[in-house]
Ligand binder design. Structure first.
Ligand code: NAD
Ligand code: UGA
Length: 450
C-alpha cells in the first residue's frame, strides 16, 4: 500500500520506518525543511535505538522516502497518517492547531476513496470534528477519517511498534475500519491483536492509557515516601505487589516523577477533558500537582544537604527524561536543576545522549564530557536518569573526585553497600533502611531474614 506520513518526529519517523519495514511504500513529509534536509542526507535527527538502521535499509530498498512537497508526498496514496505534535495549551487542553492545519491541507490533496489517519494524540471528538471540516472543504464525503493512536515508548519505539500489546483502530464506518485493518495485516497475521473501536473510543483509550500509567507511577512515588519513613524499601514492595497479575510490576519504579513529551501533557489534557465535560478526573488532577511538587521537593532535599555557606556545587548524572533517549521535554532534570541554580548552586551535568538538548534548555549549567568530570569537586552527586552505564560507574573514582560524600540516587540504580564501602553516603528513593541487607534488586531476592 502507498502511505504518506505527515510529521517526522519520534512517532512519524518510527511509524514511517516500521510501515516500510512491513512492506508498504511510505513517503514522509515535514514542514520543517531543515529536518527534511537532514533526513534526505541520510541522517536521523533524533536518537532512537535501531531507527537509523531501519530507515537506511528501507530507503535503500526504495520503500521509504522523504519528500519536500506535500502534494508529491500524498500523490497516489490511499492513506495519510497525521503524526504532528499536539502540545499543551496553558489551560491544559491539547493544542490541535497542527493537526487541524495538516488535515485541512490533506482534505484537498487526498484522492477520493482515501483515508486520513490520526496518529497524533488528540482530544476526544477530534476525528468527528475533522471529518466535518474535511467534508465541508471538499464538498463531498469521499475522504474518510480514522484514529490509530500510538502506544510506543521512546527508547523502545521500534519494538513497541512491531510487537504491540494491541493495535487500536477507530473508525465510524465499516469501510474505513476495514481499510485500517488492512494496513496492519502483516502484524495481525502474526498474532498482534487488533482492537476496532469507534473514533471516540479510540481517542479515549489513548488518553486513558497514559493517565492510568502515570497514576501507577504517582502512586508508587507516594509509597516511596512512606517507605522512607517506615524503614521500608519501595523496590521490595513493588516486587511483592507486582507479582499479583491484577497489579503487574510495570510502571512501579519510584523516581523523580514522570516526565517526557507525553505523560505531563496527556495527563493535563485528560484532566481538562474531565473539566470540560463536567466529569471531574480528581485522581489525575491530584496526580499532576503531586508530580510537579515531587520534583521541587527532591531539589529541596539536595539543597538541605549542601554546606550552608561557600560556593556550593552539585553534579547531575542524566538529564534525559528517561534512558535511551536524547529527549529532555518536561524532564524532571529541568525542574530540579533550575531549582538548584535559582538557589545559587552551581550545577555540572552529564548525559550520554541528551547534552545537545541540555545545552539549549539549561544555559546556566556546566556540561561535562564524562560522569567523573561532572562529579569533580561537587558537594553532592545526583542521578536523575537510569542510564545502564551509570550502574557500572567506578565508585572508587567517583568518591576520589567528589568533594562531598552524598550521592542522591533518585533512580535507585546503585548498590548502597558498594557506595558505603568507598565512603559515599547513598541516598536512594523509597529506601528507608540503611541496614545494608535489604532488597537486592534485579530478579528481586529478599535477603532480609524472616
Ligand atoms: P514531535 O514534536 O517530535 O514531531 C512532530 C513533527 O510534526 C515536527 O517535526 C513538526 O515539524 C511536524 N509538523 C507540525 N505540523 C506539521 C504539518 N502541518 N505538516 C507537516 N509536519 C508538521 O512529536 P512526536 O513526539 O513525534 O509526537 C507526535 C504525536 O504523537 C503527538 O500527538 C504525541 O502526543 C503523540 N505520541 C508521541 C509519542 C512519543 O513517544 N513521542 C508516543 C505516542 C504518541
Ligand atoms: C509513554 C507511554 O509509556 C507510551 O505508551 C505512550 O505511547 C507515550 O507515553 C506517548 O503517549 O507519547 P514515553 O513517554 O516514551 O511513553 O516513556 P515512558 O517509558 O512511559 O516513561 C514516561 C516517564 O515516566 C519517564 O519520565 C519515566 O522515567 C517515568 N517512569 C516510567 C517512572 O518514573 N517509573 C516507571 O516505573 C516508569
Amino acid at each position: 500500500m502507498q502511505i504518506a506520513i505527515i510529521g517526522t518526529g519520534y512517532v512519524g519517523l518510527t511509524t514511517g520506518a516500521c510501515l516500510a519495514h512491513l512492506g508498504h511504500t511510505v513517503r514522509c513529509y515535514d514542514l520543517d525543511t531543515s529536518r527534511m534536509d537532514v533526513l534526505r542526507r541520510g541522517e536521523v535527527p533524533i536518537f532512537e535505538p535501531g531507527l537509523s538502521e531501519m530507515i537506511g535499509r528501507n530507503v535503500e530498498a526504495g520503500r521509504l522516502s522523504f519528500i519536500e512537497d506535500p502534494t508529491d508526498a500524498v500523490r497516489g496514496c490511499k492513506f495519510a497518517f497525521i503524526a504532528v505534535g499536539t502540545p499543551s495549551k496553558s489551560c491544559g487542553r491539547i493544542d490541535l492547531s497542527y493537526v487541524e492545519a495538516a488535515a485541512s491541507d490533506l482534505a484537498t490533496l487526498m484522492p477520493a476513496g482515501s483515508t486520513i489517519v490520526i496518529k497524533s494524540t488528540v482530544e476526544v471528538g477530534t476525528a468527528r470534528k475533522l471529518s466535518h471540516l474535511i467534508a465541508m472543504k471538499r464538498g463531498d464525503q469521499q475522504v474518510t477519517i480514522g484514529v490509530n493512536p500510538e502506544f510506543l515508548r521512546e527508547g523502545s519505539a521500534i519494538r513497541d511498534f512491531l510487537e504491540p500489546d494491541r493495535i487500536v483502530c477507530g473508525a465510524d464506518d465499516p469501510v474505513t475500519a476495514e481499510r485500517l485493518g488492512r494496513i496492519y495485516a502483516p502484524l495481525t497475521s502474526r498474532g498482534a491483536e487488533l482492537v476496532q473501536l469507534t473514533t471516540v473510543d479510540a481517542e479515549l483509550s489513548k488518553c486513558t492509557a497514559n493517565a492510568f500509567l502515570a497514576l501507577k507511577i504517582g502512586f508508587i512515588n507516594d509509597v516511596a515516601d512512606l517507605c522512607e519513613k517506615t524503614e521500608g524499601d519501595v523496590r521490595a514492595v513493588a516486587h511483592a505487589i507486582g507479582l499479583d497479575h491484577r497489579i503487574g510490576r510495570a510502571f512501579l519504579d519510584a523516581g523523580p516523577g514522570y516526565g517526557g513529551s507525553c505523560f505531563p501533557k496527556d495527563t493535563r489534557a485528560f484532566a481538562a477533558t474531565g473539566r470540560r465535560f463536567q466529569a471531574s478526573q480528581g485522581l489525575v488532577e491530584t496526580l499532576i500537582e503531586r508530580n510537579e511538587e515531587r520534583k521541587r521537593k527532591l531539589a529541596r532535599r539536595i539543597i538541605q544537604a549542601l554546606p550552608v555557606s561557600g560556593s556550593r556545587r552539585v553534579g547531575v548524572l542524566g538529564t534525559a527524561f528517561k534512558q535511551q533517549t536524547d529527549d529532555m521535554r518536561e524532564s524532571p532534570a529541568l525542574t530540579i536543576i533550575e531549582v538548584l541554580e535559582d538557589a545559587g548552586v552551581e550545577v555540572s551535568a552529564y548525559d550520554p545522549e541528551a547534552m545537545r538538548n541540555g545545552r539549549r534548555l539549561l544555559p546556566r549549567t556546566i556540561w561535562a564530557s564524562c560522569p567523573y568530570e561532572a562529579a569533580t569537586d561537587v558537594d553532592a552527586l545526583v542521578i536523575l536518569t537510569e542510564w545502564p552505564s551509570f550502574r557500572s560507574l567506578d565508585l572508587k573514582n567517583l568518591s576520589k573526585v567528589m568533594r562531598g560524600r552524598k550521592l542522591f540516587d533518585f533512580r535507585n540504580v546503585l548498590d548502597a553497600r558498594k557506595c558505603k564501602s568507598v565512603g559515599l553516603k547513598h541516598i536512594g528513593v523509597g529506601r528507608g533502611t540503611d541496614l545494608g541487607m535489604g532488597y537486592q534488586g534485579g530478579e528481586a531476592r529478599l535477603q532480609r531474614p524472616l
